[in-house]
Design a protein around this ligand. Structure first.
Ligand code: AMP
Length: 172
């Protein structure tokens, strides 16, 4: 997976000063590279057989919806505040650059169904932790997380429930 690092651009001071933003878009526009990146996720799905993939807005939607569609698994969007219609369950949380809120639609998950959360990147783990709480509150059985990129120095992994599976594909 490390050989894919050359297709990830690093943008300094985006979206805020001091952040080195990992831009994965060059991988998505190259079908060979994208397939290479998605293969371990494909294996993860075979192994764990989730009922739903929940993607975190917005960059998490890309891999999550692609893998859900390919495997005929339900896709659940976890979105920023005031984006989802109808009744929602919400949670406020801190992230590497500020504060935010995530929401999920009420009744979007059949009780006790197995859910894997996907996002593009694991940094401090705040977003993923909040997303996990939402899935549990909505009645889902969270079985794990998958990230395309992990910034290991930020130790976000340590924030996540150690009983859950945590897969990250490209580690910095
Ligand atoms: P965190 O909650 O700190 O783990 O941050 C993870 C979320 O913020 C993910 O949804 C990422 O898309 C985004 N994010 C945080 N840091 C970066 C970064 N250096 N490059 C790209 N995305 C980032």
């Amino acid at each position: 997976m490390d050989k894919l690092k050359k297709y990830i651009n690093e943008i300094n001071d985006f979206p805020k000063e001091g952040i080195v933003f990992k831009d994965i878009n060059p991988i998505y526009k190259d079908p060979k590279r994208w397939t290479e990146l998605m293969l371990p996720l494909q294996k993860l799905i075979y192994r764990t057989k989730p009922d739903y993939i929940a993607g975190i807005e917005s960059r998490g939607f890309i891999a999550a919806s692609a893998i859900a569609f390919k495997n005929e698994i339900g896709f659940i969007p976890i979105r920023k505040s005031n984006k989802l219609p109808g009744k929602v369950i919400g949670i406020d949380y801190k992230l590497e650059y500020g504060e935010d809120r995530l929401e999920i639609q009420q009744n979007s998950i059949k009780k006790d169904s197995k859910v894997i959360i996907m996002d593009d990147l694991l940094a401090t783990g705040g977003t993923a932790t909040a997303a996990g709480k939402l899935i549990s509150e909505a009645g889902g059985d969270l079985i794990g997380y998958a990230f395309l990129v992990e910034l290991t120095k930020l130790r976000g992994r340590n924030k996540l429930d150690s009983n859950l599976l945590v897969e990250s594909l490209i580690k910095y």
